[in-house]
Design a protein around this ligand. Structure first.
Ligand SMILES: [Zn+2]
Ligand SMILES: [Zn+2]
Length: 305
């Protein structure tokens, strides 16, 4: 929180006037760090789109905040390199074909109908998913981005293939098989979600998204004093080296919040089970994130020196 006027005033993001963003800008930029990543926004003259956009940006800021706290690279795709990120928020009425939410080399596309609770809930039921949110979409699609950016061309790719499987397996064929036959009966022992069992690429994305769900939830829980004994070992969930303590502290908190939700007749906050194999996968992602965050910090440090 910072004042917009008077002593210590900050400059508000240009999208504040649209009631879409409450972040500040820096270095004379018109838009904040999150809004600068957009290259296609919804058509605001279309009824309902300003509200859809507001919900989408709110979820996106939450996730951009996670990435910043994790120390991962978050920069807009520049004209010269294809490394950065960019977002397209599309609606089916403007495109000839249905909009596919997905990721392609740093471009994250979101069907803005996902901001409508009724549409998203219908799709969640149709796909037999226990959880479908805007925040979840962003964490999943960005996971694909960080796989390409941090793992695919690094020496970690061998270990990654050993743990998640070979992502070079035919993707279309795998998805078709998944939608035809469903997940294997014992998927819960090996995967965080049924969808994760469809292809190694999706297993990485689902598991990475869960890693972010866990650190973000733990950060809020600790901030609210929900900690308990084990969480004393986790000062900053985004930056902890102690993966085991993080998971040990998260599980009882998630179980308690699930119970609280049930007493209100709400669905579980965390409707997932972390098997030992899934914990192993989460641990690998924790290692990849920590390693890259350290490398980036080191680069910044060297640049400043
Ligand atoms: Zn903004
Ligand atoms: Zn995916």
């Amino acid at each position: 929180m910072a004042p917009l006027f008077g002593d210590g005033a900050i400059a508000a993001c240009g999208n504040r006037s649209q009631f879409v963003c409450n972040w500040a800008t820096e270095d004379g930029q018109a838009l904040c760090k999150s809004c600068r990543l957009d290259s296609v926004i919804p058509n605001l003259s279309f009824q309902g789109n300003p509200e859809r956009w507001r919900k989408i940006e709110q979820a996106k800021r939450r996730v951009i905040y996670d990435l910043i706290r994790l120390g991962l690279p978050v920069e807009p795709r520049g004209a010269s390199d294809g490394l950065g990120l960019t977002f397209h928020f599309l609606s089916a009425d403007l495109t000839a074909a249905p909009v596919m939410t997905g990721h392609d080399s740093g471009l994250v596309t979101l069907d803005i109908a996902e901001a409508d609770d009724d549409v998203r809930e219908q799709r969640r039921t149709l796909m037999h998913e226990p959880y479908r949110t805007l925040v979840g979409h962003f964490r999943h699609e960005l996971a694909h981005y960080y796989f390409e950016r941090l793992v695919l061309h690094s020496s970690d790719i061998q270990a990654c293939r050993f743990i998640f499987g070979d992502e070079r397996a035919d993707y279309q064929e795998a998805l078709q098989r998944h939608y035809q036959n469903g997940a294997p009966p014992d998927w819960q022992q090996h995967f965080i979600s049924a969808y994760a069992s469809s292809h190694p690429y999706e297993d990485w994305a689902e598991t990475f998204a869960h890693f972010v769900h866990i650190v973000a939830t733990m950060d809020t829980a600790l901030d609210l004093g929900f900690g308990g004994k084990i969480s004393e070992q986790v000062a900053d969930p985004y930056d902890t080296e102690d993966f085991d303590a993080l998971i040990k502290a998260f599980v009882p908190i998630s179980e308690k919040v699930n119970e609280i939700n049930r007493s209100m007749g709400q669905p579980d906050m965390y409707p997932f089970v972390l098997s030992d194999e899934v914990k192993g996968k989460l641990h690998f992602i924790h290692m990849i994130v920590a390693k890259n965050a350290r490398a980036i910090t080191q680069q910044d440090h060297n640049a400043a020196a």
